[in-house]
Design a protein around this ligand. Structure first.
Ligand code: UD1
Length: 424
């Protein structure tokens, strides 16, 4: 069924999951607006509260965090293990307390996801870092990191942001070269600067951080989520609908917009929204995922799903991760014809999808399966939707408002309760 109507985009997950741990550096009240209500932010707020932060919800998307009396103590490691972004606590605890004990990060499994560049950065700032028994132990002699010049061997979003967080309260100047340039990196820098930090160059490949003695409280509004917006854009295109995607920054969506236009989808840009109109015939395209401003890997499964409906053969090359095509098996269950060879997927389009029982293999793959369900004949049941809840605020509610027929079903089964999404 074509999706029709308007959808309001929430705050950016990947900005929020760095800004919340970064609030640990601030001795004062941080008021943060546009926090997305997703399980990753909930878990990070719980971790901060366990470290002694006062966390107060002003409304559903505005919080005040006061870390003045936060202490360096054991944190809920079971929660840390579940999320990727818990690695930002290495930077924020080191910066604030001079030592950190965290778990190795969790998150979606796209193959090997090392944190060697994070460790290289912390080490360059003077920390001693050891990984033992699934934990990361880091500490700095004298309790304060010192500025340094760091050249990242890989363009890493996480390492760039983690080093920024750690360096803000270090003595002297830090320079990060070959830095990632995603919008959430600029957002983190803006957040830190509004609390008194001195971070320059975010959004370019060289970021300079002049360490300061202290950060003070302040107010900050998180940018809209580029990937959530892109997901609804693809959903509109795939269902042949017409959706106004609101509360966005069109500039951040440029490469998604360009790719969708290549498929024949009409995208009209306004100041803080885009209107997406699906084409009667979707054209094939090739995609290669790259660091920003290239096409985002986090939009790859959604586009892969869309291209199952396109006329002709499309090729997707995954440029970031070794193993981000697990969702292909699930799409095959619905009638898709896709061959995968390492980091390349060849999609034979023009297939009619039919409803099936499928799994959300990870966060974005889960969203892709739900969109596939919207396009398929019959009922689709998506299992393991806790992945989707990690990064999409009220996905089911927002889709239903656009005319989808979709509901969450709870299965209170043993040993662990299971939740699924049913899409008709
Ligand atoms: C972040 C995002 C994730 C997104 C990814 C790429 C968060 C919480 N997650 O993940 O949604 O898919 O950026 O846009 O913000 N690498 C190393 N060593 C490191 C770090 C990374 O080899 O120390 C490699 C990774 O395995 C990957 C590439 O570098 O191949 C890019 O990873 P990175 O940008 O760091 O991704 P994450 O920060 O984990």
């Amino acid at each position: 069924m074509p999706l029709v109507g308007e959808v309001e985009i929430s705050g950016a997950k990947n900005a929020a999951v760095a800004i919340i741990p970064a609030a640990l550096l601030v001795e004062g009240v941080c008021r943060i607006e546009n926090i997305p209500q997703i399980s990753d932010t909930e878990m990070l707020l719980t971790i901060l509260a366990e470290l002694g932060a006062k966390v107060r919800f002003i409304n559903k998307s505005t919080i005040e965090i006061d870390c003045t009396n936060a202490r360096n103590q054991d944190a809920p490691y079971d929660l840390m293990r579940k999320i990727r972004a818990s690695y930002y606590l290495i930077g924020s605890m080191l910066g604030r307390f001079g030592s950190a004990k965290t778990t190795m990060p969790g998150g979606c499994n796209f193959g090997v996801r090392p944190i060697d560049q994070h460790i290289k950065g912390m080490t360059a700032l003077g920390a001693t870092v050891n990984v033992k028994g699934g934990f990361v132990y880091a500490d700095v002699a004298g309790g304060r990191l010192h500025g340094s010049r760091i050249y990242l061997d890989k363009v890493s979003v996480g390492a760039t942001m983690n080093i920024m967080i750690a360096a803000v309260l270090a003595s002297g100047r830090t320079i990060i070269e070959n830095a990632a340039r995603e919008p959430h990196i600029v957002d983190l820098a803006n957040f830190l600067n509004s609390m008194g930090a001195d971070v320059r160059g975010a959004g370019t490949d060289t970021i300079k951080i002049n360490g300061v003695e202290k950060l003070h409280g302040g107010s900050y509004t998180i940018i809209p989520d580029q990937i959530e917006a892109g997901t609804y854009m693809v959903a509109a295109a795939a269902t042949g609908g017409e959706v106004l995607v609101k509360n966005i920054i069109p500039k951040h969506l440029e490469c998604i917009t360009a790719k969708l236009r290549e498929t024949g989808t009409i995208v009209q840009e306004y100041e803080d929204s885009v209107l997406v109109k699906g084409a009667s015939e979707i054209r094939r395209v090739n995609i290669k995922t790259l660091p920003y401003p290239g096409f985002p890997t986090d939009m790859q499964p959604q586009m892969g799903m869309l291209l199952c409906l396109a006329q002709g053969t499309s090729i997707i090359t995954e440029g970031i991760y070794d193993n981000r095509f697990k969702y292909v098996n699930e799409l095959r269950k619905m009638g898709a014809e896709i061959q995968v060879d390492g980091r390349i997927a060849i999609i034979e389009g023009g297939r009619r999808l039919s409803g099936a029982l499928v799994q959300a293999c990870d966060l974005r793959a889960g969203a892709a399966m739900v969109i596939a369900g919207l396009c398929a004949t019959g009922e689709t049941v998506v299992e393991d939707i806790h992945y989707i809840e990690r990064g999409y605020e009220d996905f089911v509610g927002k889709l239903n408002k656009l005319g989808a027929d979709i509901r969450i079903v709870d299965f209170p089964e043993e040993p662990a309760p299971e939740k699924i999404i049913s899409v008709v």
